[in-house]
Design a protein around this ligand. Structure first.
Ligand SMILES: *Cc1c(COP(=O)(O)O)cnc(C)c1O
Length: 452
């Protein structure tokens, strides 16, 4: 008896009749050991591991047994089934127009950072002084590079992400005590992740002050007392409150006699003229912040990590706290961060500062070539954004290729996945977050969809 599903599959030609190809044809299907010796598959086994190659071989043989593939095509099919990468993470082209797309891994690393990661992958002197042969401070060159970039910080420390930086500060400075925070800054960062929940999980208590739209320095002053661990200022990095609003300046809070911790989120180290409302570490420290926390993979353009910058006394307390060991960054992160800090402009900075006229020229070139190939493509103006990583409400003038809607899914699932965005029934490929050197691959991906 066959199930409805099987009958449907058979009708659709997905499976052959239960007999499959005749026995003679089956005997022609190459054996597994022979296929594993095929040069392309043997090379793939060295690159990706034998189990991955065996799985592709078995799948190709299965297709031949089911009559869907000629026996002589089994090796080619197995090669085609191999993944490009040794992990399930597929490199994609970010044509969403969102510079820091959390679902796409936020900031792409610079070439300098990528090379540094590869070089640090083997044994390194991450915790050893080669001159003396004795143990040295872990990641000292990356920490030094961060200090150099932010001279206003007396000391710096690194953890795994921005959330970890806050957890460490709350644990080390406010466990069993109060964190004084404005009601307007009790934010959810994304994916149901709420800052107040995170802070309370450390054993600190939250002392909410002010209202959603207005909190004054007096509100903070009235709440600060012997139980205060620190005053916390959080940058609302993914929303904006406008209208009848007020918030206290760091300068006003610095005189309250307790540490002022500022979560700037985005990781700008110095002011960025294109994003005048986005706080930066240097300005916050100069205004009187005791400690600044930030992410490494937002506007800083580096690897995922959490930055802590500020007063020597506080940073030392954090870095020596037992929890610091559980949050410490690995050598790959240290390498990527240092190269980001000392290297050429990051892809994020390039995307942020890209000239709309240059984007237009790239789009025109791509569209002319695709049109000549019969693609229904137009060049349209577009509005790019920084993304959940910062600068809410800011739009960056951009340019996009506009394609029929069906391209969206096809491009996403192509060999080189391209993620665009849907707008008014068209698939837009915004060029602002696409590095110019990827134009060729983008062109190829659109052509591949057109021909399919
Ligand atoms: C992004 C962000 C965080 C969380 O940082 P992660 O690096 O994602 O852990 C915390 N606070 C603010 C203000 C943020 O923007």
């Amino acid at each position: 008896m066959t199930s409805d599903g099987e009958r449907r599959d058979a009708a659709a030609g997905l499976i052959a009749s239960s007999a499959g190809p005749d026995a003679d044809v089956r005997r022609l299907i190459p054996r597994t050991d022979a296929l594993l010796c095929e040069p392309r598959l043997a090379e793939a086994a060295r690159r990706l591991g034998a189990p991955v190659v065996k799985a592709a071989v078995r799948e190709a043989q299965q297709r031949a047994r089911a009559g869907r593939l000629a026996p002589q095509d089994v090796a080619d099919e197995a090669v085609a089934l191999l993944p490009d990468t040794a992990s399930g993470l597929q490199p994609v082209i970010n044509a969403t127009g969102v510079l820091l797309h959390t679902n796409l891994g936020r900031a792409p690393l610079s070439d300098a950072a990528r090379r540094a990661v590869a070089e640090a992958a083997g044994p390194t002197d991450v915790e050893l002084d080669l001159a003396t042969g004795v143990r040295a401070r872990r990641g000292r060159t990356a920490l030094h590079a961060l200090r150099e970039r932010v001279p206003d910080a007396q000391a710096v420390h690194l953890v795994n992400n921005g959330a970890a930086a806050l957890v460490l500060a709350a644990t080390a400075l406010a466990a069993g005590k109060e964190i004084v925070v404005s009601r307007g800054e009790m934010v959810e960062i994304g994916d149901g992740f709420r800052l107040p929940d995170l802070l309370v999980s450390t054993g600190a208590r939250l002392r909410e002050v002010g209202t959603t739209n207005r909190t004054t320095a007096e509100d903070y002053a009235a709440a600060v007392g012997p139980d205060t661990g620190f005053v916390l200022k959080v940058h609302p990095s993914n929303f904006r409150i406008t209208g009848f609003t007020r918030s206290a300046d760091i300068t006003e809070l610095a005189g309250l006699g307790v540490p002022v911790v500022v979560d700037i989120g985005s990781g700008l180290l110095a002011p960025q003229p294109l994003l005048p409302d986005e706080p930066d570490a240097a300005s916050q420290l100069r205004a009187g912040a005791s400690l600044v926390t930030a992410s490494g993979d937002k506007l800083l353009g580096g690897p995922q990590c959490g930055l802590l910058l500020g007063e020597e006394r506080l940073v030392r307390a954090l870095s020596r706290h037992p929890l610091a060991r559980a949050l410490r960054v690995d050598k790959l992160t240290l390498a990527a961060l240092e190269a980001t800090l000392t290297g050429p402009p990051t892809p994020t900075a390039e995307a942020l500062t890209a000239d709309p006229a240059a984007l237009r020229a790239r789009a025109d070139r791509l569209a002319a070539s695709l049109s000549a190939d019969g693609v229904d493509v137009r060049v349209v103006e577009s509005a790019a954004t920084v993304g959940g990583g910062g600068a809410p409400g800011v739009t960056l003038p951009s340019v996009a290729l506009s394609l029929p809607e069906r391209y969206a899914a096809a491009l996403r699932t192509g060999r080189v996945p391209v993620v665009g965005r849907l707008e008014a029934g068209r698939c837009l490929l915004d060029l602002r977050a696409v590095p110019p050197r990827d134009d060729e691959r983008l062109h190829g991906a659109v052509r591949a969809v057109t021909e399919s």
